[in-house]
Design a protein around this ligand. Structure first.
Ligand code: GDP
Ligand code: MG
Length: 441
C-alpha cells in the first residue's frame, strides 16, 4: 500500500530533530511519482504534494513515530481534511416532526436507505413515518412497504385504487399525518431516474417546497465513479441538499466518489451504506475513510476523482501556468499520459477550449503513438530532456535503440515537441499546442 511505501522510504532514518527537507523532498517526490503513475492530473498532484510538503517540513521527529510514519500521518490528515473533517450530527426540528427528504438517481439506494435510517432512528426511540413519494414505478410503494416492515416503521402511501396519486400531495398529506400523530421523524422517499432529468428535478423541488425538509440527503451510489461529480452537481443545482449518503461502499468502489462529491459540493457526507440489510449502515467518519484509502493505496484514484471536481477556473489556471512557465519535454510526456488516461478523446475535448475542430482527428488517434513517445522520452537522459539541442546523431541512434524505435521516430518527436513548445510560448489556446504536437496531427 501507499503507506507501506512511504514508511519504507524513510526506514533508514532515525533520530531526533526536524525532518530534513531533503528527506521530505525525497518522499514527496515518491508520492508525486506514484500519483503521476496513477495518472492523477497535475494540478491536483501539485496541490496535494505541496500541502503535504509544507506540513512535513515543519514536523519534528518524535520518539513514538519514525519519520515515515509521520509523513503517513500528514498524508492521512490531509485526506481527512479533504473529506470534511469531523463527522456532523443530523439536524432535528426544535418542535414537531423532523423531515428528511431523500434524493438521488434511480437505483442509488434511497428506498433501502429510508429503511436503514428508520431503524437507526427507532433505536434512538424516535417514532418514524416513511412517506412513499415515489410513484414513478408500479412497485415502488410496495418496496417501501417491505422495507418499512423490515425496519419496523409505518409507511404513508396513497390509498390503493385512488388513481396514480401525486407524489407532492402524498408528501404533504404525510406531513399532516405525522404532525397529527406525533411522529418524531418523517422520511420522504422520492423517485429517481436513470439519468439526470429536468422533470425529476422539478418534482423533487415541489416535494421539497411542500414539506420544508430539515435535511435533504443526496444518495449517491459510490460505484458510479466518474459520473459522481456530474450527478452531484446536477442535484445541488436542481434541488440542493444538506448532506450526502454514500451507498454501496461494500462493493469495490474505490471511494473516489467521496472525494469528488465533497470537493464539488462542500456538503458533508453523513452516512455510509454498506449492504442491502437494514443494519448495513454507519455514520461516515472521514478519518476512517482516510485510513481505508491509505491502506488500500487508493489515495491515487481518489485524488484523481477530486481533480474531476476542479471547476473550469482551476483548469484554466493550470493551463495558464503551463503557458507562462517552461513547457518541458516532461510536461509534454505528462500531457500525453493524461490524454491516454482519459481514454476517451471526447472527454478531453470538453476540457480544452476551442479544440472542437480537432474532434475528427482525435477520433482517429492511435494510442500506440503515445507508447512510442513515452518509450523515446524515457530513453533520454535528464540532460537530453532538458535541452533537445544536444541531441546529435549518435545520441539519437542510442535513444532509438533504447526505445525500440527508429531514428526517424526520434526526429519526428523532437520536431513535434518543438512545434508544441513554440505554440505554448506564443500563447496559443491552452492544450492546443499539445494537440498540435500530437502525432498524426
Ligand atoms: P432507489 O432506486 O434509489 O430507491 O434504490 P434502492 O433502495 O431500490 O436500491 C437499489 C438496489 O441497490 C437494491 O437492489 C438495493 O438492495 C441495493 N442497495 C441499496 N443500498 C445498497 C448498499 O449499500 N450496498 C449494496 N450492496 N446494495 C445496496
Ligand atoms: Mg426507490
Amino acid at each position: 500500500s501507499l503507506s507501506d511505501k512511504i514508511s519504507e522510504s524513510f526506514k533508514r532514518l532515525r533520530g531526533k530533530g526536524l525532518l530534513r527537507e531533503s528527506d521530505v523532498d525525497l518522499t514527496v517526490s515518491e508520492i508525486r511519482r506514484a500519483l503521476i503513475d496513477a495518472d492523477v492530473a497535475l494540478p491536483v498532484v501539485r496541490e496535494f504534494t505541496q500541502a503535504v510538503k509544507t506540513k512535513a517540513y515543519g514536523a519534528t521527529r518524535t520518539q513514538s513515530l519514525n519519520p515515515g510514519q509521520q509523513v503517513v500521518k500528514i498524508v492521512h490528515d490531509e485526506l481527512v481534511e479533504i473529506l470534511g473533517g469531523e463527522a456532523r450530527d443530523l439536524h432535528f426540528a426544535q418542535r414537531g416532526p423532523t423531515v428528511f427528504m431523500l434524493a438521488g438517481l434511480q437505483g442509488a439506494g434511497k428506498t433501502t436507505l429510508a429503511g436503514k435510517l428508520a431503524k437507526y432512528l427507532a433505536e434512538d426511540n424516535k417514532r418514524v413515518l416513511l412517506v412513499a413519494s415515489d410513484l414513478q414505478r408500479p412497485n415502488a410503494v410496495t418496496q417501501l412497504q417491505v422495507v418499512g416492515e423490515r425496519a419496523g416503521a409505518t409507511v404513508w402511501a396513497p390509498e390503493p385504487g385512488n388513481g396514480v396519486g401525486d407524489p407532492v400531495n402524498v408528501a404533504r398529506s404525510g406531513l399532516d399525518h405525522a404532525i397529527r400523530n406525533g411522529y418524531d421523524v418523517m422520511i420522504v422517499d422520492t423517485a429517481g431516474r436513470l439519468g439526470v432529468d429536468e422533470e425529476l428535478m422539478e418534482q423533487a423541488r415541489q416535494i421539497r417546497d411542500a414539506v420544508n425538509p430539515h435535511e435533504i440527503m443526496f444518495v449517491l451510489d459510490a460505484m458510479i465513479g466518474q459520473d459522481a461529480v456530474h450527478t452531484a452537481t446536477a442535484f445541488r443545482d436542481g434541488v440542493g441538499f444538506t448532506g450526502v449518503v454514500l451507498s454501496k461502499l461494500d462493493g469495490d468502489a474505490r471511494g473516489g466518489a467521496a472525494l469528488s462529491v465533497r470537493g464539488v459540493t462542500g456538503a458533508p457526507i453523513l452516512f455510509a451504506s454498506t449492504g442491502e440489510g437494514m443494519d448495513d449502515f454507519e455514520r461516515f467518519y472521514p478519518d476512517r475513510m482516510a485510513s481505508r484509502i491509505l491502506d488500500m493505496g487508493d489515495v491515487l484514484s481518489l485524488i484523481e476523482q477530486a481533480q474531476k471536481a476542479f471547476d473550469e477556473k482551476e483548469s484554466q489556471a493550470a493551463a495558464e501556468k503551463l503557458m507562462a512557465g517552461n513547457f518541458t519535454l516532461d510536461d509534454f510526456l505528462q500531457q500525453m499520459q493524461q490524454i491516454r488516461k482519459l481514454g476517451s478523446m471526447k472527454k478531453l475535448l470538453k476540457m480544452l477550449p476551442g479544440a472542437g475542430q480537432f474532434r475528427e482527428q482525435l477520433e482517429n488517434f492511435d494510442e500506440r503513438e503515445i507508447d512510442r513517445i513515452e518509450a523515446i522520452v524515457r530513453s533520454m537522459t535528464p540532460a537530453e530532456r532538458a535541452d533537445l539541442k544536444i541531441l546529435n546523431g549518435s545520441r539519437r541512434l542510442r535513444i532509438a535503440k533504447g526505445s525500440g524505435t527508429t531514428v526517424q521516430d526520434v526526429n519526428g518527436l523532437v520536431q513535434r515537441f518543438e512545434a508544441a513548445q513554440k505554440m505554448m510560448k506564443g500563447g496559443g489556446l491552452p492544450g492546443m499546442g499539445g494537440m498540435a504536437g500530437m502525432p498524426g496531427m
